[in-house]
Every structure is written in C-alpha cells, then in structure tokens.
Design a binder for this molecule. Structure first.
Ligand code: PMP
Length: 286
C-alpha cells in the first residue's frame, strides 16, 4: 500500500514523521476522515473546506491549495487501485523543538492514507447498537471548539474507554450544561413523535458532514427536522435514536445505559433514512 506524504507516494512502511513533529509531541494538527464510494470522493468539497477551516482556527497554513489536496487524494487512490475506501487526510504542525511555540515549526507535514474501515460489526447495523452516556464531558467550545477536527482526540478517547469498559461500542457525550452534544466519533439524532431532532452546533459538536447529508435527506423525505437542545431525559422519551459519521455511516441505537429506546428495535424513521442514505450513495451525484 502506498501512502502520500508531502508530495510523494511512498511504501506504507516508509511513511514516517519526525518524533519532533508537534503533531506527535502535542497533537498539534488537523485531520479529516473521508469516504470514497465507487471511485468518487464523498462530499469532497465539504471535507476539504472543513479541513481548511480547522487549520485556520489553529492558525496552521496548509501548504497546498484545496484543489491540489483533492487531486492528491485521487492520486493516492489510483496508486492503490481503490474505488471504495476510507481516506485519512492529516496535516500536522511539522517538525519543531520541545517547546510549545507552533510558529517555530519548520513546515506542516501532510499525509494521506487510503484504507478500508468497518466501524461496527454488521449485526449492529441490522439490529441497532447499545451505547452509554459517558461521564467524560465534551471539551468546552471555550477550550477547544469541537467544530475543529484537531489531532487532539484525547477527550473523545477517554469517553471511548468508558464505552469499552461498559462493554458497548460508543458513548454519548454531554456538554458542560449537561445537554447531549455528540458521540466520540459520531453525531446523534433522536426521533420523537415523528420529528427528527439533532443537537445544534452550539451544543459543542463537530458539525458532521454525514449529519448534514442526513438532515438534507430528511427534508427530501418530507420529515420534520429540528436542530434543538437534547437533554438526557429526551433520549429515554425518544422512540428512535441513531448516529451518523463518515466511518459509521448511519447506525441505529437501540439501547442507552442498558435501557431500550422505543421498542428496542431499529425504528421506521431510522430505516427510511438508512435506505435514503444508501440510495444517495448509490446515485453518486454528490
Ligand atoms: N463527531 C465527532 C467527534 C467525530 O470525530 C466525527 C467524525 N468521525 C463526527 C462527529 C461525524 O462527522 P462526519 O460525519 O463529518 O464524519
């Protein structure tokens, strides 16, 4: 497998970064996870825009244009002969010294991995998954905006560890106000009395690209869709719950903290949205 790194395609084993890279030393950098379906990068523009927005937020200048970055993804896919893949596009601050000052780093390191990913076992896609509500609170937007997809994922990893300890695959994270924000690597939706509800950006979330697609599809299906504050109690009153993310795609949640959601099975609205999402991908005009 070839990895694209700073303009070159190299063998996977030769794709290396310096231990002095501030990405390694401090998690100082940004990234994107992107799907490729049938030879086409899914929501390419939205992902590239978000990468550059994240970089801008942390005052990191990406040394390529957006078009160059997109071309490099395709170049890597071609080199690996992949038509369906998961792409990891990473920009680190670059090699520096042992102090924090990011502006002393030489130049950002940019790399692209194209690989396969299966977030959850098929059984969970068919029957829904169990999740917990984590005690780890999502990083406050005043500390580091969750809208920035930074290399610093320890907040999410701590919640993921809670999930693993509880024997489930994902954890819901609350914000400091105790409202539902999102999961460790997915956005969350609930369905209550036929209305599809998802926490707003102000809840402190990564504004997911899959979330955006699902909101659009819900509109096309004629469903009522609201971005609205969601409290833990709302989860238990919901008839349905599902998660969205590039790696996870769309997956139903049927149990939260051991309590069944609705009748404990994948609900009708979730099924409709899942099918609409599959169809949208198959149609390929995105
Ligand atoms: N929230 C978090 C914290 C994420 O890391 C991700 C991406 N894995 C998402 C939500 C979903 O975003 P997207 O649909 O753009 O992949």
């Amino acid at each position: 497998m070839k990895v694209w790194i700073n303009g070159k395609l190299v063998d996977k084993r030769s794709a290396k970064l310096s231990v002095w890279d501030h990405g390694t030393l401090y998690g100082d950098g940004v990234f994107e996870g992107i799907r490729v379906y049938n030879g086409k990068v899914f929501q390419a523009q939205a992902h590239i825009d978000r990468l550059y927005d994240s970089a801008k937020h942390i005052r990191l200048a990406i040394p390529y244009t957006k078009q160059e970055m997109t071309d490099c993804i395709y170049e890597t896919l071609r080199a690996n002969g992949q038509a369906d893949a998961y792409v990891r596009l990473v920009v680190t601050r670059g090699e520096g010294y042992l102090g924090l000052n990011p502006f002393l780093c030489l130049r950002p390191n940019v790399f692209i991995i194209t690989d396969q990913i299966k977030m959850y076992p098929q059984e969970m896609y068919d029957n829904g998954m169990a999740v917990i509500i984590a005690k780890t609170v999502r990083t406050s937007p005043q500390s580091l905006s969750p809208a920035v997809k930074s290399l610093n994922y320890l907040n999410n990893i701590m919640a993921k560890i809670e999930a693993i300890d509880a024997g489930v695959a994902e954890a819901i994270m609350l914000n400091e106000a105790g409202q539902i924000a999102e999961c460790t690597g997915d956005n969350i939706f609930i369905v209550r009395d036929g209305v599809v509800i998802t926490p707003p950006p102000e809840a402190g979330i990564l504004i997911g690209i899959t979330r955006g697609v699902v909101i659009k599809l819900a509109g096309k299906l004629g469903l009522t869709m609201k971005e609205q504050t969601v409290w833990p109690k709302d989860l238990y009153q919901a008839q349905e719950c599902f998660l969205t993310g590039t790696a996870a795609e769309v997956i139903a949640v049927t149990k939260i903290n051991d309590k069944p959601i609705g009748d404990g099975r994948v609900g009708g609205v979730t099924r409709k949205l899942l099918e609409a999402f599959r169809q949208y991908i198959r149609q390929g005009n995105w």
